[in-house]
Design a protein around this ligand. Structure first.
Ligand code: SF4
Length: 560
C-alpha cells in the first residue's frame, strides 16, 4: 500500500463540563492511503462524528483536541485558521449526514456550486457553469441544467445529498470525509450514493473516511475498517479480515444484530446488545464493554485491555481476542409468537382503490403539477397478521400509512375496518375508531411533545380512551413503560433527556397503550443503530404476541 494521505495518531477529544472532563474520543489512531476507503463504524455516541470533525480541524473550544492529525506532512491541529481554511474544500472536504443543514436555503444549488468553483478554482463564470454541469452529471443527478435552477427545498433528500457530494468534489480533494451520508435514505438512493463513492475512489484516488452506524454499508464499501465503542477503537484491520473473523465481542454482537432477508418472519428474536455505552466521564479502569459482554470474566472488570495485534494489520482491544466466537454463533431466542402462516385469518383492514393526488410546485417558473402519490392501492390485513409495505422513498408508502390512520384525507377509494367503512375525514371518526388504529413514526419526536413528560405522553391515550382514570394513570403508564423495557424513573423526565432509541420505545408504548387492533409502523427503526434496531424489532414482535394486534409495516429495508 502507498504512503498514507491522512494519518491520525493518538487522537483525544475532551469536553470540560461541570461534572468534570468528558472523553468523547480516546487515543484513536488510523491511516488512510490514496484510493482507499476507511470505514469507521459504531453506535451513536461512540465518538465517530467527533473523529470526523477533528480530522477536518473543525473542533474548537470547549472541545480540547490532542494528538496528531496529519494531512501528508502537515499537522492540521497545529495549523493557523487561515491555513486550515485554505485546505478546506480544496484538499479536505466533508459531506455530513444532513445535507439540508449544509446547503444554503436562499441560493439555488447551481449558484452554490458555481460559488465554490469560482472561489477555490478561480474559474470564470462560464467555465464554472460548464464544470457545474459536469459535476452534477458525475453524481448522477438527472437533468443537471434544470436541477441547477432549483433551491434545496425543491429537491428530495437523496438529490440534496448528491448536490452536497458534488460540492465536496468540486476541487478534487485528496481527503474526503463522509459522515453518515446515506442515513435515512431509501435503499435505491443509498445504493446509488455507494456506487458513486466507489467510482470516486477509482477516478480521483482520494483517501476516503466513511463514517456509518450501518455495518452492511461498511462491509460493502470499505477496504479498511475500525469499530468504535465509547470513544475507543476496539477493533481495526482490513475489512475482509474484520468481517470474516472478528476479534472483539462487540463487533460480533453488531454483526449478529443485523436482520437477515432469509430469516423466517417473526419466528426468532434478534440477539440485541442489552445495556448502554458507559458514561464517557472519568478514567477507564476496566474493559468498557465488560457490562455488556458475554465473555467477560473478573479480570475484565478490574483492568482495561490494551491493544492485541493479530496478523495482517488486524487487532483488537480484548484480552480474549483468540476466543471470540464467530458471528451467528450466539443462540437466537425463540419468539413467543409463532411465525405467521400463509393461512389468512378474519379480515381486519380492507383497502380498495385508494387514491391520493395533490398539486405541487414544479420548480422555478414551472407552475403547478399533479403528484399522484397513491394511484388505486388495494390490499387487506387479517387479524393478527403483519403486512409489509416496501418501496423506495417517494413510492407512496408513508402517504398510504398516514391515510390508513386518518392523518391524511385520501382523494378517492375506500378503507374498511372489519367491514365498516372508515370516514375520510378524521374529524368524523368516533373515539373508539381512533383507539383501534394507531401509528409509530420513524421519528418519535413527531409523537412526543417536548414540553410534556413521558408520563403525560403514555398516560394520554389511557385516559382519553377510558382505560385509566386520574388516580391509576401513573401506575398504568409505568406498566406500559415496563413493557417496552423502561423503568418507572423515566416517567418524570422529558423527551430531550433520553436517547433516540428510548424515545422510540416511549412512542411504541404510547401507540400500544390504547390497545389498538392495527398499528402502522412507519420506518420505526430506520434512524436507529443496529443494536437499538434489534431491541425495537424484538419489542414489536413481543407486543404483537401479547396484544394480538396486526401490523402494517412500512419500510425501505427488505431485511427488516
Ligand atoms: S476484555 Fe473481557 S469484557 Fe472486554 S471484550 Fe474482551 S472478553 Fe469482553
Amino acid at each position: 500500500m502507498s504512503d498514507p494521505v491522512l494519518t491520525v495518531r493518538d487522537l483525544r477529544v475532551t469536553y470540560g463540563t461541570r461534572r468534570g472532563p468528558v472523553h468523547a474520543v480516546r487515543n484513536v489512531s488510523l491511516a488512510i492511503p490514496a484510493a482507499r476507503i476507511f470505514g469507521l463504524v459504531g453506535e451513536s455516541g461512540s465518538g465517530k462524528s467527533t473523529v470526523a470533525q477533528a480530522v477536518m480541524g473543525a473542533l474548537g473550544p470547549p472541545a480540547r483536541v490532542q494528538g496528531e492529525v496529519r494531512y501528508r506532512g502537515d499537522d492540521l491541529l497545529g495549523l493557523p485558521p487561515r491555513e486550515l481554511r485554505r485546505l478546506w474544500g480544496r484538499r479536505l472536504a466533508l459531506v455530513s449526514q444532513d445535507p439540508a443543514s449544509t446547503l444554503n436555503p436562499v441560493l439555488t444549488v447551481g449558484e452554490q456550486l458555481v460559488e465554490v468553483l469560482r472561489a477555490h478554482e478561480r474559474l470564470r463564470a462560464r467555465e464554472a457553469r460548464r464544470r457545474m454541469h459536469e459535476l452534477f452529471a458525475a453524481v448522477q443527478l438527472p437533468h443537471p441544467a434544470d436541477l441547477a435552477r432549483r433551491y434545496p427545498h425543491q429537491l428530495s433528500g437523496g438529490q440534496q445529498q448528491r448536490v452536497s457530494i458534488a460540492i465536496a468534489l468540486a476541487c478534487d480533494p485528496d481527503v474526503l470525509v463522509l459522515d453518515e451520508p446515506t442515513t435515512g435514505l431509501d435503499v435505491t438512493t443509498e445504493a446509488r450514493i455507494l456506487d458513486l463513492v466507489e467510482s470516486l475512489r477509482e477516478r480521483s484516488h482520494a483517501a476516503i473516511l466513511y463514517i456509518s452506524h450501518n455495518l452492511a454499508v461498511i462491509r460493502r464499501l470499505c477496504d479498511l475498517v475500525a469499530v468504535m465503542y465509547a470513544g475507543q477503537v476496539v477493533e481495526q484491520g482490513p475489512a475482509s479480515r474484520v468481517f470474516a473473523q472478528p476479534r472483539h465481542p462487540y463487533t460480533v454482537a453488531l454483526l449478529d444484530c443485523l436482520p437477515r432477508v432469509d430469516a423466517p418472519p417473526a419466528s426468532r428474536l434478534l440477539p440485541a446488545i442489552e445495556g448502554a455505552q458507559p458514561d464517557p466521564a472519568g478514567e477507564v479502569r476496566a474493559c468498557q464493554f465488560a457490562p455488556r459482554c458475554g465473555l467477560a470474566v473478573e479480570r475484565c472488570h478490574r483492568e482495561p485491555p490494551g491493544w492485541f495485534a493479530a496478523d495482517g494489520g488486524h487487532g483488537s482491544r480484548c484480552f480474549y481476542a483468540d476466543r471470540v466466537p464467530p458471528p451467528a454463533a450466539r443462540e437466537r431466542q425463540e419468539s413467543p409468537v409463532a411465525p405467521d402462516r400463509p393461512r389468512r385469518g378474519r379480515p381486519l383492514l380492507e383497502v380498495d382503490g385508494l387514491v391520493h393526488h395533490y398539486r405541487a410546485s414544479a420548480g422555478v417558473g414551472g407552475g403547478a403539477r399533479v403528484v399522484r402519490a397513491l394511484d388505486g392501492v388495494s390490499l387487506g390485513v387479517a387479524v393478527g397478521e403483519t403486512l409489509a409495505v416496501v418501496g423506495e422513498s417517494g413510492a407512496g408508502k408513508t402517504t398510504f400509512g398516514r391515510a390508513v390512520v386518518g392523518l391524511l384525507r385520501p382523494s378517492g377509494g375506500q378503507i374498511r375496518l372489519e367491514g365498516t367503512p372508515v370516514p375520510r375525514r378524521l374529524r368524523a371518526w368516533p373515539r373508539a375508531l381512533r383507539r383501534r388504529l394507531q401509528i409509530v413514526f420513524q421519528n418519535p419526536d413527531l409523537t412526543l411533545n417536548p414540553r410534556r413528560t413521558i408520563l403525560d405522553a403514555v398516560a394520554r391515550p389511557l385516559v382519553l380512551f377510558g382505560l385509566a382514570n386520574r388516580r391509576s394513570r401513573r401506575a398504568d403508564a409505568a406498566r406500559w413503560l415496563a413493557a417496552v423495557g423502561l423503568g418507572e424513573r423515566y416517567l418524570d423526565v422529558y423527551p430531550a433527556q433520553i436517547s433516540g432509541g428510548q424515545r422510540q420505545r416511549v412512542a411504541i408504548a404510547r401507540a400500544f397503550a390504547g390497545r389498538p387492533d392495527l398499528v402502522v409502523c412507519d420506518e420505526p427503526t430506520s434512524a436507529l443503530d443496529v443494536s437499538v434496531q434489534a431491541t425495537v424489532l424484538n419489542l414489536l414482535t413481543e407486543l404483537k404476541a401479547r396484544q394480538g394486534a396486526s401490523y402494517l409495516f412500512v419500510s425501505h429495508d427488505l431485511s427488516v
